[in-house]
Write a protein that binds this ligand. Structure first.
Ligand SMILES: [Zn+2]
Length: 204
């Protein structure tokens, strides 16, 4: 049974897969790299977190993060509005980085998770599972919504002395999104390969 064997991602040593206790991990006997972890999450949990994150993601981008009031003039901005302003003010690199780390990369990861989880839950194998698993592993470190949120909070604290700062719906949504994404981060994308192997095994 080939799917009982697992190759180390670092040194290619072959190991026989064993059952693990919940929350523990198996390591390579030759180089010590982690081979696999016991699945701490049920697929339904990850799917629920993903759908929840997508809903909150839409809220976070549809509403103003903050409204500033100065001398009777109110000015609110969404994240996308702020990115466009950065671009127009001659900071294309900064605006591009904010766009990628707060919108593009997190949204891509959530869409891929949804694309993989829905068929897997129904016992079907999604096309290009290994490719998309690798994409998630590659873009994951580039999602930096928590860094963005921290930056916004620091800026707001500084601005509050010169203008009245009204937190918008999106600010709370970003806070909720940070928590949801942190929970999703606990799901190791390598489990997709295990799920795929289990499915292939049950159909054989
Ligand atoms: Zn190894």
């Amino acid at each position: 049974m080939t799917h009982q064997l697992i190759a180390c991602e670092e040194c290619d040593a072959l190991h026989r897969r064993i059952a693990l206790n919940a929350g523990s991990a198996a390591h390579c006997t030759r180089c010590g790299a982690e081979l696999f972890r016991s699945r701490a999450f049920h697929i339904d949990t990850v799917l629920a977190l993903t759908v929840g994150s997508l809903v909150v993601f839409v809220l976070a981008n549809a509403f103003p993060i903050v409204t500033l009031e100065m001398k009777g003039v109110r000015n609110g901005s969404t994240l996308l509005g702020a990115i466009v302003t950065l671009y127009r003010e001659g900071m294309p690199i900064v605006s591009g980085l904010v766009l990628a780390t707060t919108i593009l990369f997190p949204l891509t990861e959530l869409m891929i998770l949804l694309y993989l989880l829905v068929p897997l839950r129904q016992g079907r194998l999604p096309a290009q599972l290994h490719l998309f698993t690798r994409v998630i592993q590659t873009i994951r470190p580039w999602g930096m919504i928590e860094v963005f949120l921290l930056g916004v909070l620091v800026s707001l604290a500084k601005l509050s002395s010169t203008a009245s700062v009204l937190p918008g719906v999106a600010l709370w949504a970003f806070a909720a999104l940070t928590v949801l994404l942190a929970a999703i981060l606990m799901f190791d994308p390598r489990h997709f390969r295990d799920l795929a192997e289990e499915l292939a095994g049950s159909h054989a």
